[in-house]
Design a protein around this ligand. Structure first.
Ligand SMILES: Cc1ncc(COP(=O)(O)O)c(C=O)c1O
Length: 421
C-alpha cells in the first residue's frame, strides 16, 4: 500500500463498510413503500439484520443497555483501524491523525444535527457530562437540580462539586407512569429556586427507559434563566432527533450503546455560546476559550477508536434512524403487552408507548430484583440486569436490533412462570 492509499484507508473512506446485502433489503422495502412501523413487524426481514451479529448461544442477551455488541463487519473495520495505526505508529500520529479525527467529528456532528464547532469526541457519557459539571464556575450557595433516577456517576460528580465549592444539589423523584408532560415539567419547576444555575435531565432514564419531554423541560428552565444539561447516554442513535431541536445547552452520549461503536467512544455537545464560560479539566493554551476543543485535551489516546466510529455510522445509516427506532419500540411493546396486567408482574416503565422505546423494566411482586435476574439467567438462560434503587425494583430488559420475537417469547414464558410460582 502506498502512502496515499494508507492515508485514505486509515481515515475510513476507502474501507467504508458496505453492508451491501442489508442495503439492498432496505432498498426493496423503500421501493415497496413499507413504512418503518410495518417493517418493524417483519421477522424474516430482521432475521437478516440479526445475521450480521455473532451471538453467543449460551444465553439470550436482553442487557444491551450497558453496551451493545457490534455487527461483525463493524468489528472487523475496528480491528483493521488498529492494525493500520500500529503499522505507521508515530508517523501516522504526526501526519494524518488530526485530519482523520476531524473527519469523524464532522460526520458525528452531521448525525447530531449540530455544527462541528459544538461537538467533541469523548470516551463516553461520563467524561462528557462530568466535563460540564466540573467545568462550571460554581459559587457557594449555587444550586443544581437533577433526579434520583439519574446515573450514579453524574450524581457523584455533582456531590463532589457540593463538597468542593459549597454548591447545593436538589433532587426530584420521577413518577414511573406520568399522566402528562406537564406533570414532569412542573416537577422540575418545583425544584428550581432563584439560586438554580444548572438542571440535569435524562433524555431516556436508564433504569426504566422513560423518555422525558426534554424540549418542554428545557423551555421551562430557560424561562427561569437556568441552563440544561441532557444525559443522552441511551437516546443518541436510539431515538430519531437532532440535538439542537432539544434546545439544551449541553448534551452527552456514549456511542458504544446505541450507535454500536466500539467501546470507549462518546460525544459532548456544547451550544456555541456556552463554550467560553466552561473551564476545561485539562489545560491547553493553544486553543481559544471559545473553541470547544479546549475541553478535549486528554493526551495520547487510542485514535483507532475514534476512526472506527465511521463504520458504526455506516451501519446505523444503512438501517436508518426511523426504522431502527420503530423496530426497537416494537420489540419492547411486543413483550410488555404480553405481561401487562398479569398477576404479580409490575411494569416500571410508562404505559404510554411514546414515553419509552427499547428499554423497559419489570418486577415480580415478592421477588427481589437480584433474585429475579438470577432465576432468569440460571433457570431460563436469559441475561438481564437487576435494578433496585430510586423507587425502581425489577430487571431492566433491553433488546437490540438482533433480538427476535422468538427471544422475547422465551422471556415472556419465563416471566409468567416465575410470577405464577
Ligand atoms: C443514563 C446514563 N448516563 C450515563 C451513563 C454512563 O455511560 P458510560 O459508562 O458510557 O460513560 C450510563 C451508563 O449506562 C447511563 O445509563
Amino acid at each position: 500500500m502506498n502512502k496515499r492509499e494508507f492515508l485514505t484507508t486509515a481515515g475510513g473512506a476507502s474501507l467504508a463498510v458496505a453492508f451491501s446485502d442489508v442495503k439492498s433489503l432496505f432498498a426493496e422495502a423503500d421501493a415497496a413503500g413499507t413504512a418503518p412501523a410495518e417493517l418493524a413487524q417483519d421477522e424474516a426481514f430482521w432475521a437478516q439484520v440479526r445475521a450480521k451479529f455473532k451471538l453467543k448461544p449460551d444465553y439470550i442477551n436482553l442487557e444491551n443497555g450497558y453496551y451493545c455488541m457490534q455487527p461483525q463487519e463493524v468489528l472487523e473495520s475496528f480491528i483493521a483501524r488498529v492494525r493500520e495505526v500500529n503499522t505507521e505508529a508515530s508517523y501516522y500520529m504526526r501526519t494524518v491523525q488530526g485530519p482523520n479525527k476531524e473527519a469523524v467529528r464532522n460526520r458525528l456532528a452531521g448525525l447530531a444535527g449540530c455544527s462541528p464547532e459544538e461537538l467533541i469526541i469523548t470516551r463516553n457519557t461520563t467524561e462528557s457530562l462530568d466535563t460540564v459539571i466540573a467545568g462550571f464556575d460554581w459559587k457557594p450557595g449555587d444550586e443544581a437540580v437533577m433526579a434520583e433516577q439519574d446515573y450514579g456517576a453524574m450524581l457523584d460528580q455533582f456531590a463532589l462539586q457540593a463538597k468542593r465549592y459549597g454548591m447545593v444539589n436538589r433532587r426530584v423523584l420521577l413518577p414511573l407512569d406520568p399522566k402528562s408532560d406537564e406533570e414532569l415539567v412542573d416537577l422540575y419547576a418545583s425544584a428550581i429556586t432563584p439560586k438554580t444555575r444548572l438542571l440535569m435531565i435524562g433524555h431516556m432514564v436508564n433504569i426504566t427507559g422513560h423518555i422525558l419531554p426534554v424540549r418542554k423541560i428545557v423551555d421551562m428552565a430557560h424561562a427561569k434563566g437556568v441552563q440544561v444539561m441532557v444525559d443522552g447516554a441511551h437516546a443518541f442513535a436510539h431515538l430519531e432527533f437532532k440535538i439542537p431541536d432539544l434546545g439544551c445547552d449541553y448534551y452527552g452520549a456514549s456511542l458504544h450503546k446505541w450507535l454500536g461503536a466500539n467501546l470507549g467512544a462518546g460525544i459532548l455537545y456544547v451550544r456555541k455560546d456556552r463554550i467560553e464560560k466552561l473551564w476545561p479539566i485539562y489545560g491547553d493554551a493553544g486553543v481559544a476559550d471559545t473553541d470547544i476543543r479546549k475541553l478535549n485535551h486528554t493526551g495520547t489516546h487510542p485514535v483507532h477508536t475514534d476512526l472506527a466510529i465511521n463504520a458504526a455510522i455506516d451501519f446505523h445509516e444503512t438501517i436508518g434512524a426511523a426504522r431502527k427506532e420503530a423496530r426497537l419500540r416494537y420489540l419492547q411493546n411486543y413483550w410488555t403487552s404480553r405481561v401487562r396486567g398479569v398477576p404479580r408482574i409490575v411494569l416500571n416503565t410508562p404505559s404510554d408507548p411514546k414515553r419509552s422505546c427499547a428499554i423497559a423494566n419489570v418486577g415480580v411482586q415478592g421477588i427481589a430484583p437480584r433474585d429475579l435476574a438470577k432465576t432468569l439467567l440460571e433457570k431460563h438462560r436469559i441475561w438481564t440486569v437487576a435494578i433496585d434503587t430510586a423507587n425502581v425494583h425489577g430487571a431492566r430488559i433491553t433488546p437490540h436490533l438482533y433480538t427476535s420475537t422468538a427471544d422475547l417469547d422465551a422471556f415472556v414464558a419465563a416471566l409468567k412462570q416465575i410470577a405464577a410460582a
